[in-house]
Design a protein around this ligand. Structure first.
Ligand SMILES: Cc1cc2nc3c(=O)[nH]c(=O)nc-3n(C[C@H](O)[C@H](O)[C@H](O)COP(=O)(O)OP(=O)(O)OC[C@H]3O[C@@H](n4cnc5c(N)ncnc54)[C@H](O)[C@@H]3O)c2cc1C
Length: 331
């Protein structure tokens, strides 16, 4: 039996694995794809929103092993590729072992701990279980009639680049970073309309982290001002029939493609024998050290909403350490 089973080989699961290794705690980390798979699934060339430079490092997992020390890292904002190289180096240099291509399909509470079942039917027993599967594993589509099974609709996670959209009429739904960045990417190639539920807000005006509109908010503003990107602000989609969309304001338009940059559902694998209580928004209810309503079951990373900044690495990295020390104290 392991001391800790860690599900998820993303930044949080790897950082926790590193603490376990350093303190000789027996752990087993499972990753459904390759390490950092969520980042591998993101758009090639994507620029991070969190800086990584000496003094303002919001991206590295530890400040003793910083991303900006890798030669050639883009500054101040690294690319997705820089980050993936960093993750690889972090795992190699810390000698972490992760069971890659191993999907955890369920966990169950047992006397004295947990058993995790993998997609190949293997079972891993541990005293403690940490779910670090991230808040972006389950794409969310807008809840409007005509979305489900609609061949015109894709989620932003499936958007690669503008090439497939040459001269197409594209509707981008959403008011966040991904929507902003996809509009910028498509501008000039496709005929783009951006549709938001609420008035668009900008970080440069509010200073609020949630109002960041991608890595180039001024570019987006100019694209809208020059009508290169058409804006349907606070006019959400009411329904769709194929590529034809009716907006709440009553207008109807037809598109060749509808890209939903509408975020993700916070979800995780089923846990038999325990009920994980949730908070508003569907995130697990956790204690100040990350333990859920099921004793011995912890959450860490972006799925553990200690506070609103935990969606980002700099928001959650200290909390991973809290989770670690609570478990270590109980072994
Ligand atoms: C488009 C986009 C851009 C972002 N940009 C930034 C940024 O610039 N800066 C920043 O700090 N944050 C950014 N984030 C947030 C980023 O996702 C988090 O900061 C960070 O990746 C969360 O780490 P995590 O380990 O909690 O989750 P993840 O990175 O999602 O890692 C979870 C891992 O668990 C694995 N997994 C899931 N389910 C299972 C299972 N059942 N069995 C086994 N393995 C499983 C996944 O494959 C994944 O590798 C961005 C997110 C998105 C979607």
């Amino acid at each position: 039996m392991k001391d800790v089973a860690i599900i998820g080989g993303g930044p949080a699961g790897l950082l926790l694995s590193c603490y376990c290794k350093d303190h000789r705690i027996r752990f087993h980390t499972l990753e459904r794809g390759k390490i950092g798979q969520s980042w591998r699934d993101m758009r090639p060339g994507m620029v991070l929103l969190s800086p990584a430079v000496p003094g303002t490092d919001w991206t590295s997992l530890t400040l003793s092993h910083p991303l900006w020390s890798l030669p050639g890292t883009r500054r101040p904002f690294p690319t997705r590729e820089d980050f993936l190289c960093y993750i690889d180096a972090f795992v190699r240099e810390n000698g972490l072992s992760v069971s890659e291509r191993t999907l955890a399909v369920k966990a169950r509470v047992t006397p004295g701990g947990y058993v995790v079942t993998t997609d190949e039917g293997n079972e891993i027993a541990s005293r403690f279980l940490v779910i670090a599967t991230g808040a972006s594993s389950f794409p969310r589509l807008p809840a409007v009639p005509g979305v489900d099974g609609n061949p015109f609709v894709i989620h932003s996670t499936d958007f690669v680049n503008c090439m497939a959209y040459d001269r197409k009429r594209v509707l981008v739904i959403g008011g966040g970073n991904s929507a902003a960045e996809i509009c910028i990417e498509l501008a000039g190639t496709a005929d783009v309309t951006l549709c938001t539920r609420h008035p668009l807000r900008y970080f440069s005006e509010s200073g609020i982290l949630e109002d960041i509109r991608g890595s180039s908010e001024s570019v987006l503003k100019e694209l809208i001002r020059f009508r290169i990107v058409a804006l349907r602000e606070a006019d959400p989609v009411a329904e769709m029939t194929g590529g034809t969309v009716r907006f709440q304001g009553g207008a109807e338009e037809t598109f060749d493609r509808i890209v939903c940059a509408t975020g993700f559902h916070p979800r995780w694998l089923p846990v038999e024998g325990g009920t994980v209580e949730t908070m508003d928004g569907g995130f697990p209810r956790i204690s100040a050290v990350g333990e859920s309503s099921v004793p011995g079951l912890y959450f860490c990373g972006s799925l553990a909403k200690f506070h609103r900044r935990c969606a980002f690495i700099h928001g959650f990295r200290n909390y991973v350490e809290k989770v670690f020390w609570d478990i270590a104290d109980r072994l």
